[in-house]
Design a protein around this ligand. Structure first.
Ligand SMILES: NC(=O)c1ccc[n+]([C@@H]2O[C@H](COP(=O)([O-])OP(=O)(O)OC[C@H]3O[C@@H](n4cnc5c(N)ncnc54)[C@H](OP(=O)(O)O)[C@@H]3O)[C@@H](O)[C@H]2O)c1
Length: 327
């Protein structure tokens, strides 16, 4: 079977090689999944560059999530052949390969009615968003939610989940095209960062109250300036650092403005408390079935073009999600 392997660290075009790889037999509690679709997440880039918090030894296949079906199962795997699943594979066997041998615990049966493209695009972004907004921030109907990176993967998920929770959603993005997209995707207010100062707009549209919950996958100056438009008892969610700079919040500022900075690490729940993820996924699926959420897949790439798919994300040229068709 064909697999994309990171053979040296660097930009996707230099780091990745398409090779033929033998597939091992599954262990007693393992399955083999034939991948139909894999989605691109920002951490894939960091994995190629060797900048992600996890640094698998070379060579390895990147890719954090895929959808497909079970084609082989060990005797203790307790899953029927042919079952459609979401896979959250572990290094060195990530999502960008045609077949993945993984623990049965790393696959989740798909509910009926979910296409493999939507399934591959949905898990990490929407479960992260749900966990962040509900479990970590306790977002309530009627509150104001500010979503940074609103046109990106986790940002689009946070916009839809915020709207579904009855919040008033303000989104930020760079450029008129992305800001317009955020509005079309459900945000009540969209701010083009190239044209407007988001602190001024948020304070203006909330009558100086500020945003109750701020969802920040960007970091750096965006995080810093968010502290100037957060409400009394606000929750500033630390989701990621797509801008490349890790910021900090002075403890005296948390005190005098009476707000919280809240870390969110979806992957950690896989080890510490998987039932929390299962509950978030159930809620996301319920919202999907009701038509309240649906990932926005703006580009689908052929399996041979994985480096180009990652390049689109690296160049900040993506709206929503990019999916790789592996069939
Ligand atoms: N905490 C968790 O559990 C968790 C889970 C999933 C993802 N994440 C993190 O969340 C972040 C976003 O992931 P994603 O998959 O949503 O990425 P994405 O689709 O590429 O979106 C990131 C957004 O960040 C903005 N951005 C600002 N500065 C940027 C820069 N220098 N380079 C690239 N983008 C920049 C871009 O919007 P504009 O161009 O409009 O500024 C872009 O739309 C990443 O840091 C990722 O590691 C965390």
């Amino acid at each position: 079977m064909r697999a994309w392997r990171v053979v040296q660290l660097g930009e996707p075009e230099d780091a990745l090689q398409l090779i033929d790889l033998a597939v091992g037999a599954p262990g007693p509690a393992q399955v083999v999944v034939e991948v139909e679709a894999a989605s691109v997440n920002f951490p894939d880039l960091l994995l190629c560059r060797g900048q992600y918090q996890e640094k698998p030894p070379l060579p390895f296949t990147p890719g954090l999530e895929a959808a497909g079906h079970v084609v082989e199962a060990g005797p203790d795997a307790r899953i029927a052949l042919g079952t459609p699943v979401i896979v959250l594979p572990k290094a060195p066997n990530g999502a960008y390969q045609e077949l993945i041998v993984c623990d049965a615990a790393d696959v989740l049966p798909l509910p009926p009615g979910l296409s493999s493209r939507d399934a591959a695009a949905l898990y990490i972004t929407y479960v992260t968003g749900h966990l962040a907004l509900h479990r970590r921030a306790g977002l309530r109907a009627g509150e104001t939610l500010l979503v940074h990176g609103g046109a990106g993967g986790v940002g689009t998920a946070a916009i839809q989940l915020g709207v579904a929770a009855g919040a008033r959603v303000i989104a930020t993005a760079n450029g008129a095209r992305k800001a317009r997209f955020c509005k079309e995707f459900g945000a009540d207010v969209a701010i083009d960062l190239a044209e407007e100062d988001f602190v001024e707009v948020v304070n203006r549209v909330t009558d100086k109250r500020g945003a109750d919950v701020i969802f920040d996958p960007v970091g750096g100056e965006i995080f810093d300036r968010s502290r100037k438009c957060i409400a009394f008892e606000g929750r500033l969610l630390v989701i990621g650092f797509a801008g490349g700079v890790i910021p900090s919040a002075p403890a005296n500022h948390l005190l005098v403005k009476n707000y919280s900075a809240v870390g969110v690490h979806m992957g950690l729940y896989r080890r510490r408390n998987p039932s929390v993820l299962a509950e978030s996924l159930r809620e996301v699926m319920r919202l999907y079935a009701e038509g309240a959420v649906k990932p926005y897949v703006s580009a689908v790439f052929a399996f041979a073009d994985v480096p180009a798919a990652l390049r689109l994300v690296a160049d900040r040229a993506v709206l929503g999600k990019v999916v790789v068709d592996v069939r």
